[in-house]
Each structure stands twice: as C-alpha cells, then as structure tokens.
Design a protein around this ligand. Structure first.
Ligand SMILES: Cc1cc2nc3c(=O)[nH]c(=O)nc-3n(C[C@H](O)[C@H](O)[C@H](O)COP(=O)(O)O)c2cc1C
Ligand code: SF4
Ligand code: SF4
Length: 383
C-alpha cells in the first residue's frame, strides 16, 4: 500500500463533487443490473464516486428494461423506482463514496420527480449513452444525443430541483460532440461523463476546449499509464466499468496518489505545442514568436496584448510574479515542471518554492484563464 495514502485528499487533488471532496479522481461507471451499492462496497477504498445503475425511473423505461431482461440482458427490475433508489442511496451513504444515480427516464418530469423525492445529497446522471433499441424507443439513451433539445430540457428540469447533474454521453453519436458539450454546459450541467469509444485523447481535448465542465473520461482506461494520458489531455476524473476489479482500481488509485504527490497537479495539461488543451496557456511564453500560441489566441479572440496583461494581472501578488531572470521576466510565462530549467528553478529557490508548489500556482492560474476563455459573454472551441 502506498505509504502516504492517508494524506488530506483535498490537498492532493483539489477536487470536489457535489460539495464533497473526491478522495481520488477514480469513478465507477454504471453497468445496468450489476453496479449497485453492494457492488461498490468492496471497491469503496479505491474510488471517489460511483455511478450506480442504470436505473429506469418511469413506466415507459421500466417496460424497456423488462424487454431487455427478457432478451437476456442484466437489468435492475423493481415496481417502485423511488423506493428502490432510496434504499440504494441509504446503503451508499455507508460506503463513503460519492453517489451518482445513472438514470433512464422518458421525459424531463420523470427525472425531476426522482430529484424531488431523493434530494441533493446525490449526483443525478442522465443516461444519454445507452444504445439498446428499447431504451432509445423510450426516449432516453442515444435518443437524447440525436435530440439534444430534449437533453437540455432534462438538464434544466434537474437543475431547477437544485441538484448536481452529470450527463453520460457516447462520443461519435451526436452530430457534433463539441457543440453538444457546449450545449450541455450552457443548459446548466455540472459534469460531462464521456465514453470516448475509440476516439482517444484527441476527442477528449476537443471536448475540454469546448466547455469548462468537470469531465470524466471513460472507455478502456484500465491502467495508470492510460489514465495519466487522459488526465493530461483534459480529464478531471476517469471511470472504469468492465475492468473495475478491486485490485486494478487500488493499483491505479495508488499510482495516481503517488503521481499527484510528486507533481503537485495530477491533471496538468501537456504544453500547448505538445498537444495540450486550453489550460496549457498557463505554461505559455509571451506571445512573441511563431508557434501554436498565436493561432490559439486568435481562435479564442484574445489579442496578444490582452493575453500579456491578463497573465500578468492574474499572477499579481502571487509567487508567480517573481522570476526577473527567467526568459520573460516572470514565472507567469515559465514552462511546465517536466521541462528542466535552471533559471526557473533558481527563481523558485529564491522564493522558497518547490516545483510541486510551482505547479499548484500554475493550476490556479489555469483555472483563472479558463474563466476568461469561458466567460459570461461567449464561449469558444478550438481543435
Ligand atoms: C454490461 C454493461 C452494462 C452497462 N450499462 C450501462 C448503463 O446502464 N448506463 C450507462 O451509462 N452505461 C452503461 N454501460 C457503459 C459503461 O458504463 C462504460 O461506459 C463502458 O463499458 C466503457 O467503459 P469501460 O471500458 O471501462 O468498460 C454498461 C456497460 C456494460 C459492459
Ligand atoms: S508559447 Fe511557448 S509553450 Fe506555448 S505553444 Fe508557443 S512555444 Fe509552446
Ligand atoms: S526560464 Fe526556463 S522555464 Fe522559464 S520560460 Fe525560460 S526556458 Fe521556460
């Protein structure tokens, strides 16, 4: 067991969901008929959140579940959805794992009824992922990806109930995943849980660059190496379903903890010129040379002058304002800690900062840059 596993999890990941600290950015992804509170128990020390279900929540979707069960698929079957879900939520409270309910409903009002009955202690995950015909015919799963207005109405209905909303999507089904991500954000969702299928981190980066939501990356992320790659391309969390055995989860959780403690920012992006997402503007130099920064700023409709004053303003009164002897006179413009640099490291030493502290300040700067990119007046998407 990793010796430092008991470190304060907020300090380690600075990650909260539904007002609760995520002890690790690992999430259990739903499998209908399989993932419930009993399934979570033996995995509870290794995951921060579990999306239990999927659960059908009205007569139309329950009829679809029964049809699927008759055809041999695993499904959770019950007569009273609210009673069955309330039982699961009570059992989940004993696990110390944040509970998300993965739900299939045939109308926004069905979701709203569950949220009104169960309340804000859990996350409500809309299943816009299922590709089984009976579910699509019932108006959920992929139906919502093809009819995004219905999805947005469902998000709005849940948000009106004052709860945290996640949307589970499958990449490559909607007409345009970037537009869908923006729409989900603008409809008020909090979390985007994306099954990347075979599209990998290129698709993830596009989605990251289209919205400021918390993103859970999913599909075949079964090792620490793959998890690290997804985290460096825009994921805040990663989820597992088919290979979520307790031992595998524990091994990934331990490696993540070690990596977070070593680096100070567990999901730091790659630098922009190495394929990083928008958050990597935090590591970018002054815009003085021909490199990927200039077209990116142009796409974001941020002038060079605005970018310069923005970064310098954002680091004022923070240790990143120091660094006179670095390339551009301030640590605001300095590279990621994985790029070795004597000048940056000397500046950090003078300020009494470790590389780990440096990355934490760069993380805060990235958050503020994201606020500017996704400001109230507009939103932008880049490749
Ligand atoms: C048997 C089975 C049942 C599933 N049921 C659901 C479901 O009810 N709701 C949902 O959002 N995803 C469901 N999924 C999809 C998984 O949550 C996950 O997105 C997919 O398996 C890819 O992740 P993995 O490679 O970690 O398994 C199911 C997957 C499997 C294999
Ligand atoms: S500004 Fe620097 S870090 Fe950013 S893309 Fe250009 S060379 Fe790379
Ligand atoms: S001083 Fe070093 S870390 Fe800073 S911008 Fe120059 S090369 Fe990068």
């Amino acid at each position: 067991m990793y010796r430092e596993l008991m470190m304060d999890p907020y300090d380690r990941y600075e990650l909260m969901v539904n007002g609760t600290t995520m002890k690790t950015p690992l999430v259990l992804s739903s499998m209908a008929g399989i993932v419930d509170a009993e399934y979570v128990k033996p995995r509870s020390d290794a995951v921060g959140m579990a999306c239990i279900g999927g659960y059908s929540i009205d007569e139309t979707t329950m009829a679809a579940s029964r049809a699927l069960a008759e055809a041999g698929r695993e499904e959770f079957l019950y007569d009273n959805a609210i009673a069955a879900l309330s039982d699961e939520v009570a059992k989940m409270a004993e696990t110390g794992v944040i509970c998300a309910l993965n739900l299939r409903g045939s109308s926004p009002s069905s979701y709203r009824a569950v949220a009104d009955a169960i309340g804000p202690s859990v996350v409500y995950e809309i299943d816009a992922h299922c590709r089984q015909e009976p579910m699509i015919a019932a108006g959920c799963g992929e139906y919502l990806l093809k009819n995004p207005d219905q999805l947005y109405l469902t998000i709005a209905a849940l948000k009106d109930a004052g709860v945290t909303v996640s949307v589970k999507i499958r990449a490559g089904v909607a007409e345009d995943d970037k537009a869908l991500a923006r729409g989900i954000w603008q409809a008020g969702a909090d979390i985007l849980h994306v099954d990347l299928m075979d599209f990998g981190h290129t698709k993830l980066r596009q989605i990251r660059n289209s919205c400021p939501l918390l993103i859970i990356a999913n599909n075949s992320i079964n090792t620490f190496g793959i998890a690290k790659d997804m985290l460096a391309h825009g994921a805040d969390m990663i989820s597992l379903a088919r290979q979520a055995g307790p031992e595998n989860l524990r091994s990934i959780a331990e490696s993540l903890a070690r990596y977070a403690d070593e680096t100070g920012w567990y999901n730091a992006p790659k630098q922009l010129c190495r394929g990083g997402d928008i958050r990597s503007l935090t590591f970018c130099c002054m815009p003085v040379k021909q490199c990927p920064l200039l077209p990116t700023l142009e796409h974001l409709d941020i002038s060079r002058n605005e970018f310069m004053s923005l970064k310098l303003d954002l680091v004022k009164k923070t240790p990143l304002a120091a660094g006179e002897n670095t390339c551009f006179g301030s640590l605001a413009w300095c590279c990621k800690s994985s790029t070795p640099c004597m000048f940056r490291n000397m500046a950090l030493k003078q300020e009494g900062l470790s590389l780990h502290d440096y990355m934490r300040y760069k993380h805060r700067l990235a958050d503020k840059l994201m606020e500017r990119v996704f400001d109230a007046d507009g939103y932008y998407a880049t490749e």
